[in-house]
Design a protein around this ligand. Sequence first.
Ligand code: SF4
Length: 369
Amino acid sequence: MSKVRHVLGISGGKDSAALAIYMKKNYPELDIEYYTSDTGKELQETYDLISNLETFLGKKITVLKAVNDSSEDNPFDHFIKLFKGYLPSSNARWCTKKLKLDPFENFVGDDPVISYVGIRGDEDREGYISKKSNIQSIFPFRKSIWSEDVISKVLSNKNISFTSKILLSQPKNDKTERILELINTEISTSFSQSQKLNSLLDLGIKEFNSIVFEFLKSTEYPLSTEELFPLINNEDILVRDDIFKLLEDSGVGVPAYYKEVEFEINGEKSSYARSRSGCFFCFYQQKIEWIWLYEQHPDLFYKALEYEKDGYTWMQDESLEDIIKPERIAKIKEDHLKRTNKKALNKKSPYLLDLLDDAEGEGCASCFI
Ligand code: SF4
């Protein structure tokens, strides 16, 4: 019987939804608790996705609320009032902490927890994740399922002899000698930690995972108490196309805000969409996404505009009132058209999402994955 809790956060984005589908299909033996942190300011499409997922999973997704007892009817408005209208920004991202991370940490308390995170195999980032010591993040879509802190411990020069002992205590195969050689090679200016990691993973993902799993037994990480962990045999690496396929094949579907909407500017056709989940007014969105919001969900755009007062604006360089002036909208659309044409040529990709995805690495695991 597992001594740890297994949890998976659903942000409303495609990657966490695909991860939930993937885990149910591939690891039905894990009793995963699904949760979502509702800011009260998500798009309807996000709530629709969550409801479709519940049907697929056959389980309730627990809705975490940052405040339960407030005169405001949603958590975001509670905090914006508390902070006297001070809007969050990439430099002062109080929203992620108050509305996503804190409720998650309260939800898990002090229990040892494995938290599954949907960062994909084609992304190079760790995300903004909880660093509480009782929460261990696992990344099933990546070649390395382990978090950076675990990797730097396992591969640290001072642990070389311990790690080689672990390897030698495990069943040997034709790769053992080469793995041992790599483990014994110190990290240096000419051999970085990531080179060492990638070389080990290239030699054998399962072999490397077995070493890490054994190594963890000497630590306080939640997995240290587990006798078995099925993901050590996971050799899958999932990239964007796999995510869309999982969503479509499962019947859950791709979140509707990704759907491209055509527009015409100066006689030329282009299209826009929203590139990610999260609050409808999220300050991470690009200007063209603000125009998408204005034209596709004007009611939400004006709600976002109402928050801009006392000198606070969602964007650093212009207000929402300015961005919807006709000449400004035209300029943003022209720029978008130029950018997408240029990038499509470079990337040889006809898909708008590939282009909008350039900004995907910004933000946080809690809101967008
Ligand atoms: S989606 Fe954006 S505005 Fe909403 S909590 Fe996340 S970072 Fe903040």
